[in-house]
Design a protein around this ligand. Structure first.
Ligand SMILES: [Ca+2]
Ligand SMILES: [Ca+2]
Length: 302
């Protein structure tokens, strides 16, 4: 076994296999070991830990304790995580393969995390929302995935912020999984903020929230899903109003002039005046701002 632990001091590898370790003893329940794997998969998928690298996890038995009972547990563990392997969420790698990933694709660095650092108790709301300008009616998709911040707010004045979560809304499902670490069970408003949309709150009176659980809320299914019915219908889907470039809660001549200026200068890229999400500021963005300014679109909150 010793060879597996030899470190080549001429290579820049200094750390390997130091992820959340699963030690399987005679007394260890297989479900405990499997749940450890499930926890880190969930934490990655909900953005609670970084998803820009990979987590190496060692699964092993105590030295000198290799016996039939442990061998059987190891087999059960391997069978139990095969569902995650099939989903592409985990992979079996040799130490050599992990080293090669580290060596040839340095930007995808392995993370180091203790089992105890993986968040365990939190709630998730799968929130569906469409920024009006980003919605491509022909493809029934968003022109880009973009980041939205969801706040949980008290239903009693002054409607203070209880928790928040930032996720990308998927361009095909119009949904993001927002994890909330702090909020206790109760009734809250969801307040959605997006970089160039009108801030939009959930249905009057708030929504029930259970910790821990997985819930969903859909801002696209009906106009009444937003406080004050503050949504616009576009090709059968309700969208949050676009055009609040300066994020002051109103779409007006100031937003229009910001878009106008950038359109005149042919600006491109990830900029807030791109109301359609196609990375270009032009007449189509102006049309959205113009229309919503003309219609006095404002945020409507309790
Ligand atoms: Ca504005
Ligand atoms: Ca655009």
């Amino acid at each position: 076994m010793a060879n597996y632990y030899v470190h080549d001091s001429t290579k820049h590898l200094t750390l390997i296999g130091n992820g959340c370790a699963n030690k399987i003893f005679d007394t260890t329940l297989v479900t405990t070991a499997v749940n450890r794997v499930r926890k880190i998969i969930n934490a990655v998928s909900y953005g609670l830990v970084p998803d820009t690298g990979f987590y190496t996890s060692t699964v092993f038995m105590g030295m000198g304790q290799f016996n039939t009972s442990q061998l059987n547990k190891m087999k059960q563990f391997i069978d139990s995580v095969s569902v995650f392997v099939a989903q592409g969420k985990i992979q079996w790698k040799s130490l050599n393969e992990i080293y090669e990933i580290w060596n040839t694709d340095y930007k995808n660095k392995p993370f180091w995390i203790q089992c105890a650092q993986i968040p365990e108790v939190y709630s998730v709301i799968n929130i569906s929302s469409i920024p009006e300008g980003f919605y491509n009616e022909v493809n029934n998709s968003l022109n880009m995935r973009d980041t939205v911040t969801a706040y949980l707010r008290s239903t009693a004045s002054p409607y203070s912020i209880v928790d928040s979560s930032k996720r990308k809304i998927d361009s095909l499902t119009f949904t993001g999984s927002f994890a909330f670490l702090n909020a206790n069970s109760g009734t809250y408003y969801i307040a959605l903020k997006h970089r160039n949309s009108i801030e939009t709150w959930s249905i009057s009176g708030g929504i029930p929230f259970v910790r821990p659980s997985i819930m969903s809320y859909n801002f696209t299914s009906a106009q009444s899903q937003a406080y004050g019915n503050n949504l616009i219908l576009k090709a059968g889907r309700y969208c949050v109003y676009s055009g609040d470039v300066d994020q002051d809660g109103v779409v007006d001549a100031i937003d229009f002039s910001l878009v106008d200026n950038h359109a005149f200068n042919n600006l491109t890229g990830y900029i807030n005046t791109d109301l359609t999400g196609d990375q270009i500021v032009d007449g189509s963005d102006l049309a959205v701002a113009d229309n919503n300014a003309f219609n006095f679109v404002i945020k409507i909150i309790p």
